[in-house]
Write a protein that binds this ligand. Sequence first.
Ligand code: RP5
Length: 163
Amino acid sequence: MKPLVGLIMGSRSDWDTLRHTAETLETLNVPCEVEVVSAHRTPDKLFRYAEEAEGRGIKVIIAGAGGAAHLPGMTAAKTALPVLGVPVQSRTLQGVDSLLSIVQMPAGIPVGTMAIGRAGAVNAALLAASILAIGNPQIRASLEEFRLRQTEQVLAHPDPRDE
Ligand code: RP5
């Protein structure tokens, strides 16, 4: 299956967080490509990636980065595809730096900013799937199934003391 989501991250060290995005997309049967693309260390590659993604059939880009996290914003500046940004929890500032770098885009170039860390990584996959589901009944069905299972799981274990 041709990838519909482009999952990029600033460093291999971001994979611990962004693997939750890849795993959630896999659960939903949404094909994705995964690549390290750094705004700072490989700026030319970033431009190429953002310019070529749509032509390859990518519909949504998820970009995760930490610290001075320019990757989502710079990617969004070079493509008309929707870009979702995942702030990676940094060691020094616990990801508040990443969050503010990603969320505070000046008017004109939007980045859909998610929560810091794992929650944001999972939700980026779910939001990308929701966007894709507009024109794809299979992905819509996968999303509905995911929510149903989640609800059932909570209802099946109401006592927090149970294992
Ligand atoms: C950012 O710098 C990356 O997204 C990563 O979160 C952070 C640290 O990168 P490494 O020094 O671990 O490669 O560009």
